[in-house]
Structure formats: C-alpha cells, structure tokens
Design a protein around this ligand. Sequence first.
Ligand code: TRP
Length: 385
Amino acid sequence: MSVTMSPESAPTSSAPGTLLDLEAAREKRTTTRSAAAARERTAELEGLIARDPGNYRVLTGDRPTGALHLGHLLGTVANRVRLQDLGVEVFLIVADYQVITDRDDAGDLPATVREVLLDYLAAGLDPQRSTVFTHSAVPALNQLLLPFLSLVTVNELERNPTVKAEAEAAVLRQRRGISGLLLTYPVHQAADILFCHGNLVPVGVDQLPHLEITRTVARRFNQRYAAARPYFPEPDALIAPSTTVLGSDGRRMSKSRGNALELRATEDETAAFVKRAKTDAERTITYEPERRPEIANLLQLGAYFTGSTPEGLAEEVGAAGAGRLKALVTEAVVEGLRPLRARRRELASAGPRYLDEVLARGNARANEIANRTLDDVRGLMGMRY
Ligand code: TRP
C-alpha cells in the first residue's frame, strides 16, 4: 500500500528563512489535517448537511482529458449527484487549463468537454440546480490566481505531495520539465474553489494536501486583507464514501493507464472489461481487501450496483469461483448502468445544441459570481481605481 505523505512529514528543501516560510512553519503545527481527522470531520459534516443543505456550496470538477469512467462515477460523480439531491448547491468546473499542466496537445477540447458534460447529465446532474463551467470562460476566476500566488512560497508548492508525484511522472515517464502551471495548479484550484465561496470540496484522501493549500490561501488572504471580517471561507474536505476502483490490470482505474471502463461503453465492452479483470489463483471467493485486492474490487463493484454488500456477494459466490463472480459482476454493472447509458444516448443523439446551452448558462453564472468576487478582492486589497 502506498502511504500518502502529509505536508508536514514531507522534507523541506531549504530552511525557513523568509517571512512567508516562517508564517508557514507556525501555521503547519495547528492546521494540517490528517486523513483520520478529515474522515471524522466528514461524518460530522454529513449530519450538518442533512440538517441544513442551504449552508453549503460544493465546488469540484474534472480535467477534460476524455469521457468519464467507472472510477469517476463511484469515486465522486455519484456523490455529487447525491449532494445536489440533498439540496446542496453544486458547482462543477471542467478544468480545461489543467489539461495543459503536463502536455502540449490538449486534443479536441470542445468534443471532450461535451463528453464530460454528457456523463454529468446522464449521471443525474441537473443543470437547473447545478452549475457547470470551464476555466477558460471565466476570466475573473483566473485573475484571482495572481494575488493568491503571492500568499504561498515556491517551497510550499514543491512540497505538495500531489504536485511532487505529478512532477515526477512528468520528468520520468514523459521526459519533460515541470511546467510553471503544474507547480502552481493547487493555487489555481484555490481560485476555482474560492471564487464562488465554495465551502465543501468532495475529494479523495490523496487530494487532502491540495485542499490544505486552498485553506492556507483563504486564511492568509483573510489575515492580510480582511482581518476584521474574514472574506473567504476555509473549505472543508468531504471524503468520498467509496473506495478506489481498479482497472482491468489491477491498478487504480485511470484513463492514462488505458485500464478504464468508460461510462459510455457498450454492454459488450463492459463484459469484455470484466472478463479481462485480474483475479488470483484461489478458487473460493472471499472478501479480503488487503490480501485479495482484485477480488475485493470485483465484489465492491457488484455490491455497488446491486445494493448488496461485498461480504454478502462473496458468500453467495463462494466455491463457484471467479468465473461465477465475473458473470455476476458483468450483469450487475450492465444493469446498473442501463438507465445512465440510455439517458446518455438520448442526450448525445439530440446533438450538441442543448449541451452548449447548458455550458453557456453555467459559464454566465460563474462569470457573474467571479466578477463580484474579484471586485470585492480589489476593494479589500486597495486596488479599486
Ligand atoms: N484536479 C481535479 C481533477 O483532475 C479537477 C479540479 C480542478 C478540481 N479544480 C478543482 C477539483 C477544484 C476540486 C476542486 O480531477
């Protein structure tokens, strides 16, 4: 198992020297949240949300690098729809500028953005209640990046575990340098979240250090420019309830690994995906996530789509073995995704007009909010002329 490094355990590349570094060293002792603490806080938040959904605004999103897959649905998309249906206001950013953090060719972005939008809508996102927008269409959001960048040190950015991992991948796998945008994208994400005063960010545990940068930016901005009345919220992480979905090769499902099952896949492709999925040499099916991760993954998938539990499903299959398990899982995924895929086909066959309209409305709403925030920020910073 890989251990996610928390910012405080990460090595510091240079001794604290500057004022910002000293400030950071002082803050870190009190503000960094462990995964366990974030889980605890998530349980508490769920209670608060159920009671008063109107107090919360969710901001999250995806990089438009391709159509969404099963990992997206179970990891976050279903949770967003659940929050929306609870009455929480949901903002989804299709982070087009993030696509070019680690590549030169972003592909056909308009087509990819429409695919992502189709997946959102098919999964139950309601454009009447939720807002979908893209980075590049909201100039005021992007301008927030400038004051925000002044609030963090290069040291802090280089120490961020997610940036570190992605920088390593860029250098080792792709043999390219670390772009300035890659180094600074957690601060860009702070702008994504704070422009609309988002106070709830559904993330995986591995994304916690990111959110920590957003919280730092909000806190430092408030201290510096809005001491009397804090302007930005310090957003909370809402840890996703479901576990990591594995791809056909037994590694975490991801588009770039080519091991993913896209939501838009056909039933035949779904069956082929499950058939390819790695299992192990033991005949009897048991639910042991640590010892038998591939079998556990199949059991979790089956359980998710049938509303049973992985343990129950393991018992049901038992000595019938992996072949029987795979047949069950194929059936569960095909049936479970049937309504989503039907809606998706219907929306896709209606052509791009409706999708473009949804996005234009989302972008207009995001611009309205971002313009107001930037104006407030200019005022607070003494830059209104
Ligand atoms: N980095 C996220 C992803 O790749 C997308 C994203 C952009 C995001 N801005 C965000 C997520 C702000 C949460 C909050 O999936």
